[in-house]
Design a protein around this ligand. Structure first.
Ligand code: ZN
Length: 341
């Protein structure tokens, strides 16, 4: 720009033909100095550009830290409450959503009593019906107002991570959570007549295994086959395949931000013994508190371990875009190329 002392176009004057060797050498040295200064300035701006580009792609999403809060997500939402018991148990049909609204406060309290901050969220709208409304208030649930029912959409932070329920993962990321636990129950068709169920803690690929192990261990020592019969079958940890076409694709977004995440699928609502255990207020509370103890155990033992962050957020991987058709519909850049290869 004119008038700003632009050193990239220095005056190039040799002082005519009377130039002797001495002044010629001085002039050369001056030119060299000017060129070096220009190069330095140019290099500095290139380096700054590269730094800010790297920062924009990698630092724009908040990252989970050991100091962050625990995020507890009540699975499903008002209008689509998840699995139910096939029939009433103790006069009531249990459903995932209602059950966790009622008992999440006990999980939260155990973690708070251990000195950690906790946020509870649900992806849907605030419940109006009682007693859900009261329970929601007691646990101070943040309602995220995305009561999607199967519809998939991208993360606000990682555009290639596409899944239903993504809003809860984004919430954990926005809170820079130390970890996120997604509260569910499992179910199969019809009543299970005998034997145990395949209790699971599902975790995200890079950050979640320690969290899942602590949750499974707490359940195995205090609940499963210890009051809640399960035919001797223990709760297992399943590290989630990163593949975006599988369920719980939002776990990848947590992983990108270095947030250990786990889905609790340990109790089966179609297992009559599990359902009986969950329908009794005292044992139900114990179940919810045990989840809290598992989380505290994780934070104390492993909360400060280094986290895995996704460095290259510009290159799609097998965890990108969810379902191809869906990705094309919402026009995520790069989705077409990835799936046509
Ligand atoms: Zn569920």
């Amino acid at each position: 720009m004119p008038g700003t002392g632009n050193i990239s176009s220095p005056p190039f004057i040799f002082g005519g033909f009377s130039l002797n060797c001495f002044t010629f050498a001085l002039t050369l040295r001056g030119i060299a100095r000017i060129v070096a200064a220009a190069m330095r300035k140019w290099l500095t701006s290139v380096v700054l550009c590269i730094c800010s580009a790297v920062c924009l792609s990698n630092c724009s999403a908040p990252r989970g830290t050991a100091e962050g809060p625990v995020v507890l997500d009540i699975g499903h939402c008002v209008g689509a409450g998840g699995a139910r018991t096939p029939r009433a148990v103790n006069g009531k049909r249990l459903q995932e959503l209602d059950w966790w609204y009622e008992y999440v406060g006990y999980t939260k309290k155990v973690i708070e009593d251990a000195g950690y901050k906790v946020y509870v969220c649900n992806r849907g709208d605030e419940p109006e019906r009682e007693p859900l409304a009261t329970w929601a208030e007691q646990a101070d649930v943040d309602h995220l107002g995305e009561p999607d029912t199967g519809h998939r959409y991208p993360s606000d932070y990682y555009g290639d991570r596409v899944a239903s329920g993504m809003v809860s993962a984004d919430y954990a990321i926005s809170r820079k959570a130390s970890c996120a636990v997604f509260l569910h129950h499992n179910s199969e068709r019809g009543w299970r007549r005998r034997g145990g169920s395949k209790s699971l803690i599902i975790c995200n690929r890079y950050n979640g295994d320690r969290l899942a192990e602590c949750l499974a261990s707490a359940l195995n020592t205090k609940v499963l086959n210890h009051g809640m019969p399960n035919g001797g079958i223990e709760c297992k940890v399943q590290v989630r395949c990163k593949d975006a076409t599988r369920a719980a694709g939002w776990m990848n977004a947590c992983d990108d931000s270095g947030i250990p995440a786990a889905v609790v699928e340990a109790a089966f609502l179609n297992n009559r013994r599990h359902a009986l255990y969950l329908s009794n207020p005292a044992t139900a509370r114990h179940y919810a508190e045990t989840i809290g103890h598992g989380i505290v155990d994780y934070l104390r033992r492993y909360g400060n371990e280094p986290r895995h962050y996704r460095e290259d957020t510009d290159t799609p991987d097998c965890g990108s875009f969810g379902y191809a058709a869906e990705s094309r519909r919402i026009r995520v850049p790069g989705a077409d190329n990835l799936w046509e290869d």
